[in-house]
Design a binder for this molecule. Structure first.
Ligand code: TRP
Length: 337
C-alpha cells in the first residue's frame, strides 16, 4: 500500500484565525507524518482577486507560513510550498479547462457568494471566475487522495472529483485517485464574534496571532442570546456564540455541558461564559503566539523552509504533468527524449 497523499492550502490574504484552526489546520496536524502532506500557500489564487494589491499577498506569505509553523505543522513531516513557483499548475489547468463547462462554474455556490461579496455581479474577472479549475489542478497535480478543508470548499472538491473521473475515462488511465474531502468533526462552522461567517474581509475573526488584549476585547463583543430579557430568563446556548467556541476549545466538556444547562435554566450571566472562554482561549493561544514570534523574527529561516517544500512539491507536480501528457498522447517522443 502506498502512503496516502494529502494536499491542501490557504490564500495568503491575511493571518490565519481560529476558524482556520478548527476548520482544517487541526486535521492537517493530526495527519502529518503518516501521509505525504503538501500544504500550499495559494498566492496565485489570492492574486485573482487582489491583482491590484500584490504587496498584500506577498507580505502575507510570511504571516501564513508563521501561522502554520506556530500551530505545529512540522517541515520534517510536510512540505509547505508556494503555489506561483509551480508553473506545472497553470499548464495542467490548460488541459483540465476542456473537461469543465462555464455553466458548471456558474453553479458553484462558493464562487457565487464570493462574487457577491466582492461586488463582481456585473463584471467578474475571468481569472477569478476560473479559479476553481486552477484549484482542481492544485489537487490533481499531487494525485491527492485526501484534501482536508473547511466546508466552504466542498464545491471545489466535487469539481475535482468530476475532472479526475472524466480524465481517467477519456484518456483510459488510472492516473488520478478520486480525492476525498476531510471536513472538521463539528457540525457547525465557527462563527465570527458578530455571529456572521468568520472571515478576514468581515473583520470578525480572532487571529492565531492576536495579542491577549485583542482576544479579550473580541470575546467581550461576542453575541449572546439576544432574545432573553434579563439574566434570570432562560437562554438558548445555540444562540450564544461563546458556547460554540467553548465546544471547540474547552478541554473540559462536562464543565461546558454544565454551563449550558445553567444557561437554559436561567440565572447565568453571559459574563461568566465569556470569562471562561477568555481563560480557555488565552491558554490555547499563548504557546502558539510565543512560537510564532520566534519564527517571525527570523524570516530567512522560514523562507528556507518554503524553499525546501517548494522544491519537493515541484518534483511531484512535474512528474504528474509528464504522466498527464503521456496519457493524452502529447508527450512527443521527438521532443521528450
Ligand atoms: N480555496 C482555498 C481557500 O480559499 C485555498 C486553496 C487553493 C486550496 N488551492 C487549494 C485548498 C487546494 C485546498 C486544496 O481557502
Amino acid at each position: 500500500m502506498r502512503r496516502k497523499i494529502l494536499l491542501t492550502g490557504d490564500r495568503p490574504t491575511g493571518p490565519l484565525h481560529l476558524g482556520h484552526y478548527v476548520g482544517s489546520l487541526k486535521n492537517r496536524i493530526a495527519m502529518q507524518g503518516e501521509t505525504d502532506l503538501y500544504v500550499m500557500i495559494a498566492d496565485a489564487q489570492a492574486i485573482t482577486d487582489n491583482f491590484k494589491d500584490i504587496q498584500k499577498v506577498r507580505t502575507n506569505i510570511l504571516e501564513v507560513a508563521c501561522d502554520y509553523l506556530a500551530v505545529g505543522l512540522d517541515p520534517e513531516k510536510c512540505h509547505i510550498f508556494i503555489q506561483s513557483c509551480l508553473s506545472e499548475l497553470p499548464e495542467l489547468t490548460m488541459y483540465f479547462l476542456n473537461l469543465v463547462s462555464i455553466q458548471q462554474i456558474g453553479h458553484n455556490p462558493t464562487v457565487k457568494a464570493e462574487c457577491k461579496m466582492r461586488g463582481f455581479d456585473e463584471s467578474v474577472p475571468a481569472g477569478f471566475y476560473l479559479y476553481p479549475i486552477f484549484q482542481v489542478a492544485d489537487i490533481l497535480a499531487f494525485q491527492a487522495d485526501i484534501v482536508p478543508v473547511g466546508p466552504d470548499q466542498t464545491p471545489m472538491l466535487e469539481l475535482t472529483r468530476d475532472v479526475a473521473r472524466k480524465f481517467n475515462d477519456l484518456y483510459k488511465t488510472k492516473l488520478f485517485p478520486t480525492p476525498q474531502g476531510v471536513y472538521p468533526k463539528m457540525e457547525k462552522v465557527l462563527a465570527g464574534f458578530d455571529g456572521q461567517k468568520m472571515s478576514k474581509s468581515l473583520g470578525n475573526a480572532i487571529y492565531l496571532s492576536d495579542p491577549e488584549t485583542e482576544v479579550i476585547k473580541k470575546v467581550k463583543k461576542m453575541k449572546s442570546d439576544e432574545t432573553r430579557g434579563s439574566i434570570k430568563d432562560p437562554g438558548d446556548p445555540e444562540k450564544a456564540i461563546a458556547f460554540s467556541y467553548l465546544d471547540s476549545f474547552d478541554p473540559d466538556h462536562s464543565f461546558v455541558a454544565n454551563l449550558k444547562e445553567k444557561y437554559k435554566e436561567g440565572g447565568l450571566p453571559d459574563s461568566v461564559i465569556k470569562e471562561r472562554l477568555i481563560e480557555v482561549l488565552l491558554a490555547f493561544l499563548k504557546p502558539i503566539r510565543e512560537k510564532r514570534e520566534v519564527f517571525h523574527k527570523d524570516p530567512e529561516a522560514v523562507f528556507s523552509i518554503l524553499e525546501r517544500g517548494t522544491e519537493k512539491a515541484k518534483e511531484k507536480a512535474s512528474q504528474t504533468l509528464a504522466q498527464v501528457k503521456e496519457a493524452m498522447g502529447i508527450r512527443y517522443s521527438f521532443i521528450y527524449k
